[in-house]
Design a protein around this ligand. Structure first.
Ligand code: UDX
Length: 435
């Protein structure tokens, strides 16, 4: 099949490359000339494990191309996927900004040839696919097309395996013709028996928000339970196991931490709140999850301050991990972006390390943070170390070395990576989350 991917951001690039790996002919389009030049020179603008090799292989085998030419890419495509950004609107009201979706729809309309399915891949409010259809009709009244919604559920850092072995594929369609095209696109997954759920367009649009909001609720719930554990002297790790063994609850997404971040949960929870408001409904549980998540970040600042004896002024804090989670260089909504400025403001010196995110971090964090080469350099002479993001390389630190490098052996583990008893035996004052 011939597939066009409009937008070479995180979702577009991963999805386009994986479709090429399925054997389809994929053309990825972006307006950013620089980005397309870089991609054509073999440079991948994001860090995602395995993506560079997969892009290289599919380009070599002639199934994956990058271009700025929308007209050429859209003509002759069986399916055109819209994977442009839908950031939270600059108005600050939580709505998703759909400018790029509408601009792309307008631009591609004139170039459609033969029957084409236009697929919303970006996370968009309910009703967007119908707007896209309206725009295309207005621009090109003879176009033969359907619109569809095909939300993505990729986790950064694990996007390729999530794509190749999904829990499910959701396709929202309004005609059999469109459904046939999308089933053909995903045929390799069908053959390996990945479930493909076909729904109406509106339901598919809402499934994405409902799934992400549910996961955000689950994380805020366990973070709140962690605070309860601290209050009553219980242990969150055992508690999470104890509830997670109930098949109805499930053990995944029950890790307490400094609060969820990233490009999806914060944006999608706010957008869902706004969408339902427009219909006179509310999602109070989601609102509470959002509030708990902000409070969790503030709670982490207090945790660090308390571990330093009540004040961070004049103290040096070693910070391990800056990205919102491991295996990505993404800093969007990372807890570090709220926590570190609060500490700096109160007079702390921060010495930070991250395996992949330091260049990105500089764009998101205030000046004045020292960036160092490795975890040990960060700890040299520091008053405390804070493990912020659970990168694998921080899971097996030489703890004796860390203890000897720190001026005071205080270890704040915001991801509960280490065992409290072992840390105590190593001479650390150890502080976790909910234990
Ligand atoms: C998420 C969804 O998982 C994915 O399906 C969707 O398409 C996009 O949003 P992603 O943002 O890449 O993916 O990260 P994810 O692994 O889900 O983690 C999100 C945040 O939650 C991270 O900040 C992570 O640290 C935090 N988290 C996750 C927890 O604090 N505890 C958990 O148990 C799980």
């Amino acid at each position: 099949m011939n597939i066009t991917m409009i937008g070479t951001g995180y979702v577009g690039l991963v999805t386009g490359t994986c479709f090429a790996e399925f054997g389809h002919h994929v053309t990825c389009v972006d307006k950013l000339t620089d980005k397309i030049e870089q991609l054509n020179a073999g440079h991948i603008p994001i860090y995602e494990p395995g993506l560079d090799a997969l892009v290289a292989k599919n380009r070599e085998e002639g199934r994956l191309q990058f271009t700025t030419d929308v007209a050429g890419a859209v003509a002759g495509a069986d399916a055109v996927f819209l994977a442009v950004g839908t950031p939270t609107s600059r108005r600050g009201d939580g709505y998703a900004d759909l400018t790029y979706i509408y601009e792309a729809s307008k631009e591609l309309a004139a170039h459609l040839q033969g029957y084409t399915v236009i697929v919303d891949k970006s996370t968009v409010p309910v009703g967007t696919a119908r707007q896209v259809a309206r725009i295309i009709k207005e621009e090109n009244s003879t176009a033969d097309f359907d619109v569809a919604s095909n939300p993505e559920f990729l986790r950064e850092g694990a996007a390729i395996s999530d794509f190749m072995r999904p829990d499910r594929v959701v396709i929202g369609v309004e005609s059999d013709r469109a459904e046939q095209v999308l089933r053909e696109v995903y045929k390799p997954l069908y053959l390996q028996e990945s479930p493909i759920l076909s729904t109406t367009v509106e339901t598919a649009e809402l499934i994405k928000y409902a799934a992400n909001a549910f996961l955000a609720v689950k994380i805020s719930y366990i973070n709140e339970m962690a605070a309860v554990c601290e209050a009553v002297g219980a242990d969150i790790t055992a508690l999470a196991k104890g509830i997670g063994m109930d098949g109805r609850i499930g053990s995944k997404f029950l890790h307490p931490g400094p609060g969820y971040g990233g490009s999806c949960f914060p944006k999608d929870t706010l957008a869902l709140m706004r969408i339902v408001q427009e219909y006179g409904e509310s999602v109070r549980i989601v609102e509470a999850a959002v509030e708990v998540n902000s409070a969790q970040k503030a709670r982490m600042v207090k945790k660090i301050r308390d571990a330093l004896g009540g004040s961070e002024a004049g103290k040096t804090i070693a910070v391990l991990g800056l990205t919102f989670k491991p295996e990505t260089d993404d800093m969007r909504e990372s807890p570090a972006v709220s926590i570190l400025p609060a500490l700096l403001e109160k007079g702390a010196t921060i010495r930070a390390h991250d395996p992949k995110g330091m260049e990105e971090a500089k764009k998101y964090l205030p000046d004045g943070i020292q960036y160092v080469e490795n975890a040990y350099e960060a700890c040299e002479g520091a008053d405390m170390v804070v493990l912020m993001t659970e990168w694998n390389q921080y899971r097996a630190l030489d703890l004796d070395r860390i203890a000897s490098l720190l001026s005071k052996p205080i270890f704040v583990d915001l991801r509960n990576v280490y065992d409290p008893q072992t840390m105590k035996e190593k001479g650390f004052t150890y502080v976790g989350v909910g234990r």
